[in-house]
Design a protein around this ligand. Sequence first.
Ligand code: ADP
Ligand code: MG
Length: 249
Amino acid sequence: MNAAPPLISVAKIRKSFGSNKALDGISTHFSSGITGLIGPNGSGKTTLINILCGALKPDAGSIEIFGRDVVGQGQHEIARLGVARTFQTPAVFPHMTVFDNVAAGLSPEGLMSNLRSRRHSAREVCECLAVVGIEGRQFDEATDLPLGELRRLELARAIARRPKFLLLDEPASGMTPVETDSLVATIADIAERGVAVLIVEHKLEVVMSLSERILVLERGKVISDGAPETVQSDPVVRDAYLGFGGLDA
Ligand code: ADP
Ligand code: MG
């Protein structure tokens, strides 16, 4: 489907929590553009994201990011390679300003004490806030933001380090339909700037409209993988979603 070499490849990834096999042998790859990752609750989506960003170590399997073997590397090392993420529950510093939250996402070198680099950082922070549409909020404390803007703040912080690959875990959850539509446009904009995106999202219309390719997990295994229309009409996927309102819900 995509001729470019994969940016991220995983092979035979396993991760159990006690006797619970959260990931039961995942082999796949992620290329440029937007890839959607869907599956019923508990199917292993967040666990896969945690493993890709180095927050969790797999029990077995290999991971290559931008051609490097990264198994055993922690999240700071993987972040330094150019992989950023957002969380299902926004993880911001509540009593810091929006501006400072994003500044904290910049590389430590960007926050060095000499004035030139500080000015440079300020401009970069403002640019990131503008990309996600919350530039007017820069002096507000994060705790004062409604959920929709908190998620945008997380996104701004993630792109502040100019990642090559962005992992988004349910960025639209808890958002109104209007906030969701606007977020979809922001994510498409970020991808158009050349950032590859892997998006986990419960709202299927979001994944269907954004993704060039969709990967479906069920019980820690990939059960379908392909273009949105292929996956949507895959009987295996329809079965997996029975009881979850179906794929058209
Ligand atoms: P999803 O994001 O697809 O809803 P998760 O990756 O969060 O699923 O979880 C996959 C499975 O692993 C679930 O059964 C979940 O309960 C379990 N799990 C995830 N994280 C932990 C953890 N830290 N400790 C114990 N069990 C976990
Ligand atoms: Mg999850």
